[in-house]
Design a protein around this ligand. Structure first.
Ligand SMILES: [Zn+2]
Length: 118
């Protein structure tokens, strides 16, 4: 079982983090005012790791890994990263292409699988 699934919990706040290019996983503090419904990360955290990031992840406690409208908006701000949502149906991965959020392809996922993240 992939390491990212360990972050999923049915109860509690949404959890959010980054996967770095070396395959390490880094969890951020969820600073959203309603952390049970959404997530936000302090900008300085993102800036600090920006060059090293390969992917983001966050959880949807009690919900599926489908994109929310907020997720769609947020992902388009980070078009070079793979974005993973972990829900009660497991993980889904998304990429951004020409300003649109799409499901990640097998080749996008190969790296994550190789690192045993998915
Ligand atoms: Zn979300």
């Amino acid at each position: 079982m992939g390491k990212l699934l360990d972050f999923y919990e049915d109860t509690g706040k949404e959890r959010v983090g980054a996967i770095l290019k070396d395959g390490s996983v880094y969890e951020f503090e969820n600073v959203h005012p309603e952390p049970y419904e959404a997530f936000d990360v302090a900008p300085e955290e993102l800036i600090r790791l920006d060059d090293e990031m390969k992917a983001t992840f966050h959880t949807h406690p009690k919900f599926t890994s489908n994109l929310s409208a907020e997720d769609y908006q947020a992902f388009t701000n980070w078009p070079d990263l793979i974005h993973i949502i972990i829900g009660n149906d497991g993980p889904s991965a998304y990429i951004v292409e020409n300003g649109k959020v799409l499901n990640a392809s097998e080749s996008d996922l190969a790296w994550l699988s190789k690192k045993d993240l998915l």
